[in-house]
Design a protein around this ligand. Structure first.
Ligand SMILES: C[S@@+](CC[C@H](N)C(=O)[O-])C[C@H]1O[C@@H](n2cnc3c(N)ncnc32)[C@H](O)[C@@H]1O
Length: 378
């Protein structure tokens, strides 16, 4: 059996977390980690039911050749790439997960200036693929949205390679079926999944999101560690209703409340997951409107001595605020999501060990080494 060449696409900054999840779930051998892509080889036909939850999507590589360069004449080489691509194994892999397809759709992207547009590149391969598969091709050129039952092909030109890939699922992985209700500022599920994994949540842990919005972080945490005790709090009745609807069937308690006054005893929370309302889209309300500092004070108060907070924070000043409130940064990683570049930050509880704890890692904007299971516990 030849190993399938797979590519997990992700948002910028999560590459190492995706690679670690692929290895932890035993989905295959990671062969290359690059900008927004993790390449891995899966030998077996074993279809995995879910995951990797931290990736936006997973594709199987059908053909790879040199980048065609900037000239429009190079499009003929894309047609050749599609003509020579292995379609049988990728289509079989997709069918096992997504069932039969009704046609072909292509989404192309490239780095650098080109004398052609994305639709020229998409049509150059899409028409050939459809002809070879004996099916219809739906071009996006006229603003049409292809039916979800079409096989989803992806073409990337990165300056070195032209890569033609097929999505192995019917829908992009980042579109979660549970997310039936949304709120302004709701989190991209793969980012929430990455935060849940970095938090190293253990069975029996009490996990809190004090500004839970539509519940994304807690739902991803429940999927990752079903034996945790998960609690969400939000000031907005709409957010509470959205979180309860999205979390239906999961053991997540969601209540209405103000994060400036958390209904937990001191040291009563093992893990905090949160993207607080500090962004441009969502402003702090209630008691936090006048005094956002109270969020940090409460967070520090409820965090257990060996506790960990994994937070998505918009600016360096927010990291400084956490440190200023006595929390200890274990990892800081800048990511790029929805046009912003927030920081994914893991903070440990203040050191109350009398100096017996090992030295902390200094905050860094560089990626952590590959394959850490989480931010680590003291
Ligand atoms: C960025 S959103 C959180 C999004 C959430 N992680 C999700 O995936 O849907 C911030 C949330 O903070 C809530 N919020 C604002 N002020 C609050 C306060 N004082 N106490 C609790 N929640 C508050 C807002 O209602 C909003 O739902």
């Amino acid at each position: 059996m030849t190993a399938a060449r797979l590519v997990a696409r992700c948002i910028r900054g999560l590459e190492e977390v995706v690679a670690a999840e692929i290895l932890a779930l035993d989905l295959g051998a990671v062969t290359r980690v690059e900008h927004r892509a993790v390449h891995f080889r899966s030998a077996g036909p074993r279809p995995w039911a879910t995951g990797p939850s931290t990736a936006d999507d997973v594709f199987v590589v059908a053909a790879r050749g040199p980048d065609i360069g900037p000239a429009k004449a190079g499009l003929a080489r894309l047609t050749d790439l599609a003509a020579q691509a292995d379609l049988t194994a990728p289509m079989r892999m997709r069918e096992r997960r997504a069932g039969p397809s009704t046609g072909v759709e292509v989404s192309a992207s490239f780095l650098g200036r080109r004398a052609f547009n994305r639709y020229d590149a998409e049509d150059a391969v899409g028409e050939v693929l459809a002809r070879r598969l004996g099916t219809a091709y739906c071009s996006r050129r006229d603003g049409r949205t292809p039916p979800p039952t079409h096989s989803g092909w992806r073409l990337t030109l990165d300056g070195v390679h032209a890569t033609l890939m097929l999505r192995i699922s019917a829908r992009p992985l980042h579109r979660r079926p549970y997310k039936r209700r949304s709120i302004p500022g709701t989190l991209h599920p793969p980012v929430a999944a990455a935060m849940a994994r970095l938090a190293d949540i253990r069975p029996g842990h009490t996990v809190l999101d004090p500004c839970c919005g539509a519940g994304t972080l807690l739902i991803e945490a429940a999927h990752h560690q079903p034996q945790a005790r998960l609690h969400g709090l939000d000031l907005s009745p709409d957010a509470v209703a959205a979180a309860r609807a999205n979390a239906a069937g999961l053991p997540i308690a969601v209540t209405h409340g103000d994060a400036a006054r958390l209904p937990f005893p001191a040291g009563g929370v093992d893990r905090i997951l949160c993207n607080p309302p500090w962004g441009a889209r969502v402003r702090p309300g209630g008691l936090l409107a006048a005094s956002p500092d109270r969020w940090w004070r409460e967070l520090r108060r409820v965090l257990a001595p060996d506790g960990m907070a994994v937070l998505l924070l918009p600016a360096p000043a927010d990291i400084a605020a956490g440190i200023g409130h006595g929390l200890v940064p274990a990892r800081v990683q800048r990511i790029r999501v929805a046009g912003a570049q927030p920081f994914l930050a893991c903070f440990r509880a203040p050191d109350r060990s009398g100096g017996r704890r090992p030295p902390e890692t200094a905050p860094s904007r560089r990626a952590a080494p590959p394959a850490p299971p989480g931010c680590g516990t003291p």
